[in-house]
Design a protein around this ligand. Structure first.
Ligand code: S3P
Length: 173
């Protein structure tokens, strides 16, 4: 089996779905944000504050490059902005099968408006939340679709287990 890669906007459920898939399938999990935090010894917010967004984006590309050298199969959860760079999309094609978890703006808003969710995400800081979600989604939708081998619509009534089931069914695993 190839790596199974989850992409999508902040709050779409990548992390929870990747964790559950990893557990169910007994396949190791890799989260690009966690990888960056562990390697730098800094939180994502600290990296944005100290070095800025471009430096963080370079770290994301380095994560993907590092992953292309790995052996074995993983469930990979991507930070929401990873597919935006064309170079990253090329690396993703080499890395495995990309599943886009596509959630509507109002569901993302509901999840991201919880304090603990919004506070850890520098891209949302100091913005009108709904406006920011809509404009980033608009900017990124093309990149998500271009990177995706498969798009799965995530609706408010779907639990993590429902999404995991849908991913497994769609991928035949
Ligand atoms: C970002 C998404 C975050 C994290 C960083 C930037 C983005 O990951 O990589 O805060 O630009 O969409 P999640 O999608 O896991 O929240």
């Amino acid at each position: 089996m190839k790596n199974l890669i989850l992409e999508g906007f902040m709050g779409c459920g990548k992390t929870s779905v990747a964790e559950a898939l990893s557990k169910e399938l007994g396949i190791p999990l890799y989260d690009t944000d966690t990888g960056i935090e562990e390697r730098s010894g800094l939180s994502i917010s600290e990296i944005f504050e100290r070095f800025g967004e471009e430096a963080f984006r370079d770290m994301e590309t380095d994560e993907l490059k590092k992953l292309t050298g790995d052996e074995g199969c993983k469930i990979i959860s991507l930070g929401g902005g990873v597919p935006v760079r064309e170079e990253n999309r090329m690396l993703l094609k080499k890395l495995g099968r990309v599943i886009y978890l596509k959630a509507p703006a109002d569901l993302l808003f509901e999840r991201l408006s919880k304090k603990e969710e919004g506070d850890s995400r520098p891209m949302l800081k100091d913005h009108d939340l709904m406006g920011r979600i809509k404009s980033l989604l608009k900017d990124r939708e093309g990149a998500y679709l271009a990177a995706a081998d498969l798009t799965l619509a995530v609706s408010p009534d779907m639990s993590v287990e429902d999404v995991v089931f849908a991913v497994r069914k769609a991928c035949g695993i």
